[in-house]
Design a protein around this ligand. Structure first.
Ligand SMILES: O=P(O)(O)OC[C@H]1O[C@H](OP(=O)(O)OP(=O)(O)O)[C@H](O)[C@@H]1O
Ligand SMILES: Nc1nc2[nH]cnc2c(=O)[nH]1
Length: 183
C-alpha cells in the first residue's frame, strides 16, 4: 500500500459516517421529484458549482426526465482550508443566463456566502428566475443570507466530506458523507 492510500484509509477509518450511500441516493431521488414538480416545463439551465457540485449534479440530472440544459460555474472560498475566506470567481457560465430559469447545484450550504453571491451574480446577469438545490445544508445555527429551494440532506455543525465535499482536495468521490472525528 502506498503512502497516499494509507493516509486515505486511516482518515476514513477514523471518520464518522453521517449519511450512508443509500441514504444519499434516496435523498437525491426525493429532491429530483421535488424539482420535477417545480421546474418541468421551464426548460431550466442547470448550473453545477465546481468542484463540489459534481456528484450531486451528475446523480440528480439523470433523474430529471424533462428538457433542460446543463453548464457550470466555478467559485471557491475554502480552498484547502476548513474555514471560508474571500470568494474567488474562476468561471462564469458560458451559456447565456439572461431570461432563463436557472437551477444552481452545489454540495453544501454552510454559511450561505457562496450560494448568495452566486444568485446575486446570476440575477445581475439577467436570469429570470434563480432556484438553488444543495445536497446538504449544515445545521450551524447561523443566520444565513440565503435559503436553498431544494435540500437533500442536513448535516451537523462539523466539517463534513464525501459526495463532492473535500478534505484538502481529496474524498470528493465518496458516495457517502462523513465527518472528521478530530472536530
Ligand atoms: O455556504 P458557504 O459557507 O459559503 O460554503 C459552501 C461552499 O463551500 C464549498 O466550496 P469550496 O470553496 O470549498 O470550493 P469547492 O467546491 O471547490 O470545494 C462548497 O462547495 C460550497 O460552494
Ligand atoms: N468539505 C467541506 N467543504 C465545506 N464548505 C463549507 N462547509 C464545508 C464542509 O463542512 N466540508
Amino acid at each position: 500500500m502506498n503512502a497516499m492510500q494509507h493516509y486515505f484509509d486511516e482518515r476514513l477509518a477514523s471518520a464518522e459516517l453521517i449519511h450512508s450511500a443509500e441514504t444519499v441516493a434516496a435523498a437525491v431521488t426525493r429532491v429530483a421529484g421535488e424539482i420535477t414538480e417545480k421546474l418541468a416545463g421551464a426548460d431550466p439551465l442547470l448550473l453545477c458549482v465546481m468542484s463540489g457540485g459534481v456528484p450531486f449534479a451528475g446523480h440528480l440530472m439523470t433523474q430529471l426526465q424533462f428538457p433542460l440544459e446543463f453548464d457550470y460555474l466555478h467559485v471557491t472560498r475554502y480552498g484547502q482550508k476548513t474555514e471560508g475566506g474571500e470568494l474567488s470567481w474562476r468561471a462564469l457560465p458560458a451559456t447565456p443566463v439572461a431570461g432563463r430559469t436557472v437551477l444552481v447545484l452545489d454540495d453544501i450550504l454552510d454559511e450561505g456566502t457562496t450560494l448568495a453571491a452566486i444568485v446575486a451574480r446570476l440575477q445581475a446577469m439577467g436570469a429570470q428566475a434563480c432556484y438553488t438545490a444543495v445536497a446538504t445544508e449544515k445545521l450551524n445555527g447561523k443566520k444565513k443570507p440565503i435559503r436553498a429551494d431544494f435540500v437533500a440532506l442536513t448535516v451537523p455543525d462539523r466539517f463534513v466530506f464525501g459526495f463532492g465535499m473535500d478534505v484538502s482536495g481529496h474524498f470528493r468521490n465518496l458516495p457517502a458523507i462523513y465527518a472528521m472525528k478530530a472536530d
